[in-house]
Structures are given as C-alpha cells and as structure tokens.
Design a binder for this molecule. Sequence first.
Ligand SMILES: [Zn+2]
Ligand SMILES: [Zn+2]
Length: 340
Amino acid sequence: MFCVKCGKEEETFDGLCMECFLNGKQLITAPHHVDLERCTSCEEFRTGGHWVSRTLKRAVADAAIDSLSVIDGMTVKSAGASSKKQDDRNYLASVDVEGELKGVRVTAVAETAVRIKNTVCQKCSRQLGNYYEATIQIRSGMKELGDELRDETVRYVTSRVENLSLENRQFFITRVEEVRGGVDILLSSISLAKALAKELADNYCAEAKESSKLVGKAPDGSDMYRMTYLVRMPEYHLNDVVIFNNKPYKLSVVGRNGGKIIRLGNFGMTPLRRTDMQSLKVHTKHNDIMKATVVSVSKREIQVLHPVNYSTVDIRIPDGARIGETADVVEVDDVLFFVP
Ligand SMILES: [Zn+2]
Ligand SMILES: [Zn+2]
C-alpha cells in the first residue's frame, strides 16, 4: 500500500504510513521532571501512594516509568529505565518502552529528570513523636509479674509485631515500660493491641479487660480514644505442678479453651475447662522443679536419690518415659513424684 500523504510504500493506517500517521506525535511523553519522596528516617521511597523499601536506582527508574503518558491505542509490553546522577538530589532518567500500536511492534524512548525530595513518612513521624493508640498492660493475678513471664510476654508481642508489620507498616511498638506490678506495652494501633491482647489471653488462659479514655479530637472533629487492654496472667504457667481437687498434677496444656493436667503417680490425663482452671493452685513453679540423680531404671519405676535427704526412693514413671541421668521430681505431702 502507498501512503496517501507521502507516497511511501509500506503498511498503512487510515491510508497513512506509520510516520505520517504519527505526524510528529510522540508515542510516549514524560514530564519535564518528577518528584520522588524519600523518608530520611527509614529511607523508604513513596511510589504509587505507598512507602516501599527500594534501592535508589530502582526507585528512580520506577518513578520515571510511572510518569510516562502513552499515545492512545498503544499497549506497553515492557519498559526499562536507566539513570545518570546529576547530584545527590537529581537524576536524569531515560526510559525505553516496547509496545504495540495497530498491531505493529513499536519502540520509543523518553527522558525525564527525577528529583529526590527528602521528607519523613507518617510511620516514622509517629514513631519519632512517640505516637500510640493503645496500651497492653500485662499484670499478674499475684502481686508481681515475675521476670520470666514479663520477658516471655514482651518477647511474644515483639515478634508478633515484627511479623504483622510486614503486612501493615503502621504497626509498631512505641515503648515498653516496666511498671509496678508488671509491664506496659504501648502500641501504634488499636486493632493491633486488641488482637495481641486476645492472643496473650488465649495463650495463657488469662483474663483480659478493655477500657478506653477520651484523649481529644481528631483533625476531622471526631472523638479520639486511647484503649487499654489489661491482661491479668493467672498464677499458674505451663509445666507447673498444680493441685486440683487436693491431688497433684502437672499442667501440660494451657490454651484458649482451658487446659490439660497429668496426674502425678498414675499419669492419667484430665482436660479442664477454662472455668475449672481458676481452681488450680500452684504447688511448684515449673522452674523450681527439682532434679534427682537416677540410681536405677526398671520398666515402670526408677530409683532416685532424694534431692534433699539423699535417701533412695522408688518412684513410678509413665510407660515409655525416657530417663537420663537425672529425673524431674517434686515432693507433695512427703511423697516424691516423678514429673513427666
Ligand atoms: Zn507517509
Ligand atoms: Zn519512614
């Protein structure tokens, strides 16, 4: 076919060759410059309304590619960009595009200046400003929350926040404060604090209470509240030796719906509902359970040296128990028991 305008013989569109069809129109156009926001605190870049972790090179390339306009009817198959540094804040980016127009493969090149704008993202500005929406107060049913339980729960919350913040970058721990009777964990988000308070309560079969306090007005005029989630840890802890109905047990499972206890002496397992758990009395904390030297092992019994008076004592063991050089034991009413 001949172009009706210039007479060139090639494929035509609406009677025109590609060159005459485009008639000086650009396939792609880029603005004179594009601003790229970078947080000076976390060094993330804002692209498409989101803060993301990128190398500078990649962020500059993406900003240049995102700024392109493409002529009507052209579909972009691929785009790449390279950039040249002018100075610390200014980069000259060159974008190559491959696409299709009216069924014909086309390529085009455009240039734009990418200007780095230093700023502080909302998350960092909140973190730097000690922003918090909610507090989880971890306390004990006894007078003091022990160091071990405090460290264990703070560790749990810290690792959960680390994980959840991968999905939602607004999630962070503002502060952990040791206070009389326990520990307070201040969090950036009400929904985060609520979810973690529930997880803690479930994991430890603890009581959780929620309260709120009016702290002022939001910029839109609505009331702003701070939430407090009190998690009161029970006295018992997994693996403690407990007394239930006047008999000694090992607490072997603690969970949302209650727990399970193993009777010392005959090693029968009893499930407990959450309400039954309240009547458990701690006899020996799991980290105070004694070790006794094993003298001999038979199928259903072992002979051990009593850890206090060093007499030899025969105690029952459950079927299939693996016995090493020492065994965990506890003395309840002058009777020595093996703790499975
Ligand atoms: Zn032509
Ligand atoms: Zn930031």
